[in-house]
Design a protein around this ligand. Structure first.
Ligand SMILES: [Zn+2]
Length: 208
């Protein structure tokens, strides 16, 4: 059974709903792991539907997406921008969207790897500040409170994604919902060195 389908850039993953196995196909790529993977996305760009106006044939590359490096103020490339062209009689909407490397977190300087190290320390009952410092990040304390609050707010969505492929591990003795979510993430992507980046790449959805 198929829930969603788009012929271009589709990515299939199994989902179990009411005991039946469904195939869910993600229509639009939002995260990539390697430049080779992005190149494959780029080659199919003209066949791809714009996520804003659903028009095909108008998407073009619109440069790189830059951002600040996590531990200093240097500028690094974080992904690519795509433009839905309305120039030269094209029927596009003129809006842009980004396709991000999965190792970065959208709208945050912290990388997926540092965020995972931080969350892992939280699951080991460290305080927020010590978990942050042990993760090797130099970002400010106020930022980590903001990131942690954002993670707490997004737990339901994250667990909803994770439950599509695996039930949470038996954690009755753990009362903290945050720790349960972290361990659920770890159990789903237990073969990955960075479950946060793997989450983004697998579901093509932002972690935060
Ligand atoms: Zn458009």
């Amino acid at each position: 059974m198929i829930l969603f389908y788009d012929t271009n850039l589709a990515r299939v993953f199994p989902v179990k709903i009411n005991g039946y196995l469904w195939k869910v196909i993600v229509c639009m790529k939002r995260f990539y792991k390697t430049e080779a993977e992005f190149e494959d996305f780029y080659l199919k760009l003209k066949l791809t539907m714009c996520p804003h106006c659903n028009v095909r044939g108008c998407l073009i590359l619109h440069g790189y997406l830059y951002g600040y490096c996590e531990n200093d103020m240097s500028i690094i490339k974080r992904g690519h921008r795509i433009y839905c062209s309305n120039r030269n009689r094209k029927n596009g909407c003129g809006r842009t969207f980004s396709v991000l490397a999965a190792v970065f977190i959208k709208n945050f300087m912290i990388t997926a790897n540092t965020l995972w190290c931080f969350l892992e320390k939280i699951s080991e009952e460290r305080t927020l500040v010590s978990a942050l410092r042990e993760s090797g990040s130099c970002i400010g304390q106020s930022s980590i409170y903001r990131i942690f609050r954002r993670f707490s707010d997004h737990q339901v969505r994250i667990r909803s994604y994770l439950s599509r492929i695996k039930d949470p591990p038996g954690l009755k003795h753990i009362t903290s919902a945050v720790v349960q979510t972290i361990l659920h993430l770890k159990s789903v992507f237990n073969k990955s060195c960075c479950p946060v980046a793997q989450f983004q790449h697998y579901f093509q959805a932002s972690f935060l």
